[in-house]
Design a protein around this ligand. Structure first.
Ligand code: SF4
Length: 208
């Protein structure tokens, strides 16, 4: 049997984990959502809290229909595709399957690859370790900047200038620096009210 590699690459994706939970961050914080975490990332953030996602070959290939069926079976209305860096894959078939089944499609991406697929919500979270692809700026519904040190505020403002005026702007403390950075974020948001604070509330709720 001949395998159509291009086709199978879109239908089979390395799946690290998938689970039904509550979105803990950003604009959809507090909403129930089915998370599909794909393996594979070459961005290399030093503070990454999912380093085990980096090696795509460590995660079994899963058919997109299986992911869709599990998402639908959970009762979720929103599917969040995350990683790793999910943008490295052709996600057209995955998003078509999810949307045909009536789910909203959300993605969390560092924006380093041009996006494929049809998305109801694009959360763009740029990282200092790899430049984003310029195509992401007009596609982002939400800009989420992880604040690790004081210099990150001016870096965040640079991205806010490049996204659409309708894009929601969030500053989120890096988890290990939260005590140090949160007071600075609060003061920055008070002085620059177009920004909002994002906290990783799933970590407070002790859920994935
Ligand atoms: S882009 Fe995300 S998954 Fe990749 S290294 Fe950075 S934080 Fe980790």
């Amino acid at each position: 049997m001949t395998i159509d590699k291009e086709k199978s690459s879109a239908l089979l994706l390395p799946l690290m984990e998938d689970f039904y939970t509550v979105q803990g961050e950003g604009f959809y914080q507090g909403h129930a959502a089915y998370f599909i975490r794909l393996g594979g990332c070459d961005v290399g953030c030093v503070w990454c809290d999912v380093k085990e996602s980096w090696d795509a070959s460590a995660h079994p290939l899963c058919h997109i229909d299986v992911m869709r069926d599990r998402a639908v079976g959970s009762g979720a209305k929103i599917a969040v595709v995350t990683g790793g860096e999910p943008g490295m894959y052709d996600l057209s078939s995955l998003t078509k399957g999810l949307k045909d089944a009536g789910l909203r499609t959300h993605i969390e991406t560092s924006g380093v690859y041009p996006l494929s697929g049809t998305w109801d919500w694009v959360c763009f979270s740029p990282k200092k370790f790899k430049e984003p692809d310029p195509s992401i700026f007009s596609q982002a519904d939400e800009l989420k900047i992880v604040i690790y040190n004081k210099n990150d505020f001016s870096w965040a403002e640079g991205f806010a200038e490049q996204v659409a005026s309708t894009c929601k702007l969030f500053l989120q403390p890096e988890w290990s620096k939260e005590k140090e950075m949160l007071p600075l974020i609060i003061e920055f948001v008070k002085a620059n009210p177009r920004w909002q604070v994002s906290l990783q509330i799933h970590k407070y709720m002790n859920i994935p």
